[in-house]
Design a protein around this ligand. Structure first.
Ligand SMILES: [Zn+2]
Length: 258
């Protein structure tokens, strides 16, 4: 469930003389493995990261006193929080997170702390390989601060070069050129959390019967669970989505909100 956000520091020459990130190569390999679609392919992918390792690393590198709460919904243990660990542009990230969370609340029709009690979303550098990671068991999402601070357009441009998105796949989700990648990635990762909450180990089971080539984005066509998260993002952003996908996602949203 690692997200392919560009990491320019990882670029290295390819045989063709172009550049491709190591991360991108790894993600492509995972995506190709998943696209061969044994129903459990994505579970293998989930088992690659040891459960708990990322959260342990995060709290080791960024103890509580180096975490700043940017957004909080609700009170006490069930509060949903967005936290910035260490350095980052807290103003921009707060704005992006607020927009994403309000879009999500509008979609679920209830406060997020009632849908995902205790969910914590961390911006932190040096913890994950990709741009974002949903950890359903730990009720947490980790986002790479540097990668998520790029604009949506910058992010998409890089991912189009890496053949992970088609032009317009993500940039069409916002009319504002200043929108951060963070805004879209938060929604995408919450899509994974919803999927696991409702479908558990049968994650995105209804999507496995769909033609992944019809996913709203190229990235979504790589694997059923990414198709699910991308379709969820389209629905939350108010974009067109084919009827089959809309019905499945809407039914999961209704289940989670009931
Ligand atoms: Zn994903």
């Amino acid at each position: 469930m690692a997200e392919p956000i560009p990491g320019s520091e990882l670029t290295e020459p390819t045989a063709q003389g172009g550049t491709e990130t190591k991360l991108t190569q790894e993600l492509k390999a995972i995506a190709e493995a998943n696209s061969e679609a044994t129903p459990d392919a994505h579970l293998d992918d989930m088992e690659i990261h040891q459960p708990g390792a990322e959260m342990r690393n995060l709290f080791e590198k960024y103890p509580e006193d180096q975490q700043e709460v940017l957004v909080q919904i609700g009170e006490g243990e069930s509060a949903v929080e967005v936290r910035l660990c260490g350095e980052g542009n807290n103003e921009q990230l707060t704005e992006a997170a607020k927009i994403a969370l309000s879009q999500l609340e509008r979609t679920f029709g209830r406060p997020l702390n009632e849908i995902f009690p205790g969910l914590k979303i961390y911006f932190a550098d040096g913890i994950i390989d990709g741009g974002g990671l949903a950890l359903a068991e730990e009720n947490a999402i980790i986002l790479d601060t540097v990668k998520q601070s790029l604009t949506l357009e910058e992010t998409e441009k890089k991912l189009v070069e890496d053949e992970i998105l088609h032009p317009g796949d993500w940039s069409s989700l916002s009319e504002s050129p200043s929108t951060l990648g963070a805004q879209i990635t938060i929604v995408h990762e919450v899509g994974h959390i919803l999927d696991e909450k409702v479908n558990g180990n049968q994650q995105s089971v209804a999507f496995q019967g769909l033609n992944q080539a019809e996913s709203p984005t190229l990235y979504g066509s790589f694997a059923a669970h990414e198709d699910y998260a991308e379709s969820f993002t389209y629905l939350v952003s108010g974009q067109d989505l084919d009827e089959k996908r809309r019905q499945i996602i809407q039914s999961d949203i209704t289940l989670a909100a009931s």
